[in-house]
Design a protein around this ligand. Structure first.
Ligand SMILES: Nc1ncnc2c1ncn2[C@@H]1O[C@H](COP(=O)(O)OP(=O)(O)OP(=O)(O)O)[C@@H](O)[C@H]1O
Ligand SMILES: [Mg+2]
Length: 326
């Protein structure tokens, strides 16, 4: 549905997007994730045909955005970062105006704006002047605008920015619902948003693509920071485990935290330790010592940890990331 190849966009001397390539398949809900200034809005504006690329290629539903801009734009609904709504118009008037611009056939316009208002949850505001709407409702009108021509692809730039928690929940549910019968690419800098609504995420930082994958795949890029053990005898287990771990690694950052009555033991892993090697050694040692293991769970990195590891800017940032920039 979307193919982006080596896209670069500069604003004079500012290079906002540098050599970004990715694709979004039909029916996917994909999160476009990155910190402020990463180049999300710039990329989405190019995809939506509102900005020309400096170099690279973009295809929307098979149409080259530079060679067949009208066909490409017809296939998508775009909700910009700050929607250029006309404050003096009533909601239904505005959507009617937009439907006309988008060449929705005259006989279908009423039904089209009715359906769009319905899905965006603004039907009861149809007669309200846009200037009198709250920010959340303005966002919804912008969403209705993106939906009015019933496009197979939606490109939404931070659809939940500035909304209250209830509205955020509503919009997320709506995006999921919309994603059931169309393709959605949405930008955000909120990780939980991606987790709540998207199947896959593309992460950009300072104009470059730094990671791409399902939430699980992104998590897996971040090494495990510890192992949690539930055992019959935590004290004996702690001793056996520590001996085992010191046996596999001379320099070790294992820490032990026991909660005796809860029979839990946590082994913190520092960067020098490989979780798989430690797991094997610990299981062998505890089994040999006759200490029953009830559970052994590697700690998963939170999405926040993954995000900050991918977009942290100290020179000491993890080295494997630069290899991903392709
Ligand atoms: N019209 C413009 N003229 C000059 N520079 C711009 C323009 N728009 C954006 N930029 C610059 O391009 C870079 C990327 O901006 P962009 O708006 O795409 O980021 P973003 O990821 O959407 O950020 P945010 O999360 O804050 O919305 C930034 O350095 C920004 O200052
Ligand atoms: Mg933006």
């Amino acid at each position: 549905m979307i193919q982006v190849e080596d896209l670069t966009k500069d604003y004079g001397t500012v290079v906002a997007v540098r050599g970004v390539s990715f694709s979004v398949g039909k029916g996917e809900i994909v999160g476009f994730l990155g910190p402020n200034g990463a180049g999300k809005s710039t990329t989405l504006r190019v995809l939506a045909g509102f900005l020309g690329a400096t170099s690279g290629h973009v295809r929307i539903a098979g149409h080259d955005i530079a060679k067949a801009p009208l066909a490409a734009r017809r296939a998508l609904g775009y909700m910009p970062e700050s929607a250029p709504l006309y404050p003096e118009m009533r909601v239904s008037e505005y959507l009617m105006f937009r439907a006309r611009l988008k060449e929705v056939p005259r006989t279908e316009r009423l039904r089209a704006i009715g359906g769009a208002m319905d899905r965006a949850g603004v039907s009861h505001m149809a007669g309200t002047v846009i200037a009198h709407l709250s920010k959340g409702y303005r966002q919804r009108v912008a969403l209705a605008d993106a939906l009015v021509s019933n496009p197979p692809l939606l490109i939404l730039d931070e659809p939940t920015a500035g909304l209250d928690p209830n509205q955020i929940r509503d919009v997320r549910a709506l995006v999921k619902d919309l994603g059931s019968d169309r393709t959605v690419l949405l930008s955000t800098h909120i990780l939980s948003e991606v987790e709540a609504t998207c199947e896959r995420a593309i992460v950009i930082d300072r104009g470059r693509l730094v990671a791409e994958g399902t939430i699980e795949e992104l998590r897996a890029r971040q090494r495990s920071t510890g192992l949690e053990l539930r055992v019959r005898d935590p004290h004996a287990a702690a001793e056996a485990a520590l001996t085992a771990v010191f046996g596999v690694s001379v320099r070790s950052g294992v820490t032990e935290e026991t909660a005796p009555d809860r029979r839990r033991l946590r082994l913190g892993l520092d960067a020098a330790l490989d979780a798989d090697t430690v797991t094997e050694a610990v299981v062998q040692a505890l089994t040999a010592a006759g200490i029953g293991i009830h559970a052994l769970v590697p700690e998963q990195a939170s999405l926040e940890q993954v995000f900050s590891a991918l977009t942290r800017h100290e020179p000491s940032a993890a080295p494997e990331q630069s290899a991903e920039t392709a």
